[in-house]
Design a protein around this ligand. Structure first.
Ligand SMILES: Nc1ncnc2c1ncn2[C@@H]1O[C@H](COP(=O)(O)OP(=O)(O)O)[C@@H](O)[C@H]1O
Ligand SMILES: [Mg+2]
Length: 258
């Protein structure tokens, strides 16, 4: 007998949320598999961030399910979903600005290992945690910044630290919501390189909301398009970019044609 096919890393079934009369995410059915990077595109207000909020557990759906490796996690908190391997990119608000870059990374490593967040001083002597934090910093090209205070980093390095913290969490599913937004043109390639490294060196599942079509074309194995909350296209990048709906509805306007 053939072995049962392994379930997708992540799946949404008829995932829907209404805000009053407005359907922000409209019955989205989609499965995401290990070793793939899926770009999620669509104009502002299409529902991309709301879709992420439903997946990570910041919002509860009106209808539908979120499944992680086949397990229904719709009723679980965001923290419980993180423990099951869903990793949402850290935002600046999740950093400890008064701690160094290395300490911030070490706290993530420590929390992943379940050591608790109140052991900062004792953990400083736990060289394995520090070694692991340093390995992440080296991989993320942040070793030179490790003793700088997170709050004092230039904007581009703070964004790199956000990606590094997510990498330190070692989730199965990486979710990036416009990771290059607000970055200067010369900083963008560094962030993309970090995401590419995650994609190329691991069997992780990556979801990337990104407006820059050149970026999407370079990184994505697949593109899905959201429009008014609904999934309106799904396929290989070249095919989706060439599709009439993307050409007509997006490339002329809402999505930057870089
Ligand atoms: N908490 C909320 N309450 C009411 N409306 C919301 C809320 N969050 C998002 N929306 C609405 O849902 C729609 C989708 O928003 P969003 O997911 O942020 O779009 P995108 O990330 O694609 O730009 C928008 O019309 C937005 O105004
Ligand atoms: Mg958004």
């Amino acid at each position: 007998m053939a072995p049962a096919p392994s379930p997708p890393a992540l799946e949404t079934r008829d995932l829907t949320i209404r805000f009053g009369g407005h359907v922000a995410v409209d019955a989205v059915n989609c499965a995401f598999h290990p070793g793939t990077l899926t770009a999620i595109v669509g104009p502002n207000g299409a529902g991309k961030t709301t879709y992420f909020n439903l997946i990570s557990g910041q919002l509860r759906p009106t209808d539908g399910q979120v499944l992680v490796r086949g397990e229904d996690v719709t009723g679980l908190t965001a923290a419980a979903r993180t423990r099951r391997g869903l990793g949402r990119a850290f935002q600046l608000t999740n950093l400890f600005p008064g701690l160094t870059v290395r300490e911030n990374i070490r706290l993530v490593v420590q929390s992943r290992r379940g050591a608790g967040m109140d052991l900062l001083s004792r953990a400083a002597r736990r060289t394995d945690l520090v070694d692991e934090a340093d390995a992440v910093l080296a991989r993320m090209s942040l070793a030179g910044r490790r003793d700088d205070l997170a709050g004092a980093l230039p904007h581009g390095d703070q964004r790199k630290l956000e990606v590094a913290m997510l990498a330190a969490l070692e989730p199965d599913v990486f979710m990036f919501d416009e990771p290059t937004a607000g970055m200067s043109v010369d900083e963008v390639p560094t962030i993309l390189d970090l995401i590419r490294r995650i994609k190329e060196t691991t069997d992780k599942t990556v979801l990337l909301v990104e407006h820059k079509m050149d970026v999407v074309r370079q990184l994505a194995d697949r593109i899905i398009v959201l429009h008014n909350g609904a999934l309106v296209a799904d396929g290989e990048p070249a095919e989706v970019i060439a599709s009439p709906i993307v050409q007509e509805a997006y490339l002329g306007g809402a999505i930057e044609h870089a």
